[in-house]
Design a protein around this ligand. Structure first.
Ligand SMILES: [Zn+2]
Length: 255
């Protein structure tokens, strides 16, 4: 929120200077339009870029890590068709990862959540509804989204998650206020291959492999038919490169 307040303060400062100058010099209306547009764009881009940390602090990667360690993350599950396939591959390649699960999916497939946890992966909260309009929610509504999923996870695993990833990577002042209450660590990513949108798995894999470096966090989804082949090829690539696939917690705690 500090960054956001600083940007807002700067914008109001410039507005004040323009208003003070107006009686003495000609100030074109376009300066006001420009100021408004600049503020609008900064807020819009900042809302979708967790690495900016405009409204809240998020972990997106670990740049200080020296060892070849990376974190693969899966969003939007558990999914009854694809999550079991993903789990089998992760077992075959001895990879530990992090699953950001959606509350309504957990309620449908609690046994899958148990399996994910039993395999040694970390489970994070990814909202309850994953609604397309989640970015417009109030603080109270965000709290409801987060708490419902915490409760769904607690019901199955008897412990609450301490990681939260906002759907679509969208952050807002309302979410920042909700996170202050719940105390979750907010997790983003620094490699986003758009595995849901790009239908060609080779392109998806290329987008990942050309950005791989120690400390990276990769965003994938365990809910589409291309995930199996993309993940298998990614795991093969990482194994060849001597990378260790670790959970977000392990990556965060590395100095
Ligand atoms: Zn998602």
């Amino acid at each position: 929120m500090l960054k956001f307040k600083f940007i807002l303060g700067t914008a109001f400062g410039i507005l004040g200077i323009l208003l003070i100058c107006e009686p003495f010099v000609y100030v074109s209306v376009w300066w006001y339009v420009l100021l408004f547009l600049a503020l609008f764009w900064v807020i819009l881009i900042g809302s979708f870029s967790m690495s900016w940390g405009l409204f809240l602090k998020a972990f997106t990667h670990n740049s200080s890590i020296k060892e070849k360690k990376i974190a693969i993350t899966f969003d939007d599950g558990p999914n009854d068709i694809f999550t079991p396939k993903v789990l089998q591959l992760l077992k075959d390649y001895n990879a530990k990862t992090t699953f950001f699960c959606v509350g309504k999916q957990i309620n449908k497939h609690p046994e899958l959540l148990k399996n994910i946890y039993a395999e040694g992966h970390v489970i994070g909260n990814h909202s309850s509804t994953h609604s397309t309009t989640i970015g417009f929610k109030s603080t109270e509504e965000w709290l409801d989204e987060i708490k419902k999923t915490d409760q769904a996870i607690f019901k199955v695993l008897n412990h609450k998650p301490d990681l939260f990833r906002p759907p679509y990577g969208v952050t807002t002042p309302h979410l920042a206020k909700a996170i202050k209450v719940t105390g979750h660590k907010v997790i983003g990513w620094n490699i986003r291959p758009y595995d849901m949108a790009i239908k060609n798995q080779k392109n998806v894999l290329n987008r990942i492999t050309k950005q791989i470096k120690p400390g990276a966090v990769i965003l994938l989804h365990d809910k589409h038919e291309r995930i199996e082949i993309v993940l298998e090829q990614l795991l093969q690539f990482l194994k060849k490169q001597d990378y260790q696939m670790v959970t977000i917690n392990e990556l965060m705690n590395e100095k």
